[in-house]
Design a protein around this ligand. Structure first.
Ligand code: URA
Length: 296
C-alpha cells in the first residue's frame, strides 16, 4: 500500500474499486486504510501508487537484438558476509569519534539491511555515559525516526529505567544492527557479523562500565552463548575477552541481560522479573557510584 493509495483527494477511482458511492470517498478510504492497518500493513513500500486494475497498455515491440544498447559494465558482485565484515572492520577501526563512526555507517554499503531501510539507527542518549544498552534491531518506528527504542516497547523500557533513576541523559542505547530487518525479522548471523565491527568500535568509544543486552538475540550474541534470555536475565556476566565478533574488546565488561520490552508487552506477567532485574542493575550502579542522584 502506498501513502497515495490512501489519499482522500484521490480522483475517486480508488473508492469505485472499493464499491463506494461518490459521496462517501473519505469515510470509505479511511475504513479501507484502517482495514489495511488491522491486517498488519504498517508501512509504504513504494513512493508512487500503482493502479494494478488499470488496462495494461499495448506492449512495446522489442527492438532487434543488434540495436539493443550495450549492457553497462557489471558492478562488482555484492560483498560476501566475510568480505563485508572485513571491510567494516577496516572502516570502523579508522573512526576516532562517535561522529566519525556515525558518518562511516551512513556511507557503508556492505550491509544488505540498508537497502530496505529508511534510516540509519545509530544510537541515542549520552555517548559519554557509563551505561550502554544494546538491543536486537530497529523496528518500524525506529526506522522512521532514525532512533532506537522509540516505539511502544521503547516507551516501556524508558518507564522501567526511570524507575531506577535512569533516562537517556544517563545511558547510551543502540542495537546489534543499525538498520531495520524487513518485516521485523531477527537479524541473520551474517548481518550481525557485518555490523559487529561498528558495534565493537562504538563500545570502545563509549567505554561503558556496564552493558545491558536487551532481549534474547542480543544477550546470546553479546555473551556468546546458546543459553536463552530467560536463563541469562538478571545475572551478571561479561562481554569481551576472546569474543569472536569483538576481538578488540580484550578487557571484559560486566553485562546484565534483561528481558526485551516487546516480550513484556506480550507477556505482562513477566514484568515483575524485569522490575527485579532493574533493581539488580540499580544495586550495581550504586556500588559503582554511577548515576546516583535522583532524576528531576
Ligand atoms: N527493539 C529493539 O531491539 N530495538 C529497537 O530499537 C526497537 C525495538
Amino acid at each position: 500500500m502506498t501513502g497515495d493509495d490512501a489519499n482522500p483527494s484521490d480522483d475517486g477511482a480508488g473508492s469505485e474499486r472499493l464499491g463506494a458511492g461518490a459521496g462517501d470517498d473519505r469515510a470509505t478510504l479511511a475504513a479501507a486504510l484502517a482495514w489495511q492497518a488491522a491486517m498488519g500493513a504498517d508501512e509504504c513500500i513504494a513512493e508512487a501508487p500503482i493502479d494494478r486494475l488499470a488496462t495494461p497498455s499495448e506492449p512495446t515491440p522489442l527492438p532487434a537484438a543488434a540495436s539493443l544498447p550495450k549492457p553497462p559494465p557489471q558492478k562488482a558482485t555484492p560483498l560476501g558476509a566475510d568480505e563485508a565484515a572485513n571491510d567494516a572492520r577496516r572502516v570502523a577501526a579508522s573512526c576516532d569519534s562517535m561522529a566519525a563512526l556515525r558518518q562511516a555507517l551512513q556511507e557503508f554499503e556492505g550491509c544488505p539491511l540498508k537497502k530496505h531501510a529508511h534510516n540509519l539507527v545509530f544510537g541515542d542518549g549520552n555517548a559519554q555515559a557509563d551505561i550502554l544498552f544494546i538491543g536486537e534491531a530497529p523496528g518500524a518506528d525506529e526506522d522512521r525516526q532514525g532512533k532506537p527504542f522509540v516505539g511502544v516497547s521503547g516507551q516501556l523500557l524508558d518507564k522501567i529505567l526511570r524507575f531506577i533513576q535512569l533516562d537517556r541523559g544517563r545511558f547510551f542505547i543502540t542495537n546489534m544492527v543499525f538498520w531495520r530487518p524487513p518485516g521485523n525479522r531477527t537479524p541473520t548471523d551474517g548481518e550481525i557479523a557485518t555490523c559487529a565491527p561498528f558495534l565493537e568500535r562504538m563500545i570502545q568509544l563509549v567505554d561503558p562500565k556496564v552493558i545491558i543486552p536487551v532481549g534474547g538475540p542480543a544477550s546470546k550474541t553479546l555473551l556468546n552463548t546458546s543459553d536463552g534470555v530467560t536463563k541469562l536475565r538478571g545475572r551478571w556476566a561479561e562481554i569481551g575477552g576472546r569474543h569472536p565478533h569483538f576481538p578488540n574488546l580484550t578487557t571484559p565488561i560486566p553485562a546484565l541481560p534483561m528481558l526485551h520490552p516487546a516480550y513484556l508487552l506480550r507477556s505482562p506477567a513477566q514484568k515483575r522479573l524485569a522490575w527485579r532485574d532493574a533493581l539488580t542493575l540499580r544495586e550495581r550502579l550504586d556500588e559503582l557510584g554511577l548515576a546516583t542522584d535522583p532524576l528531576v
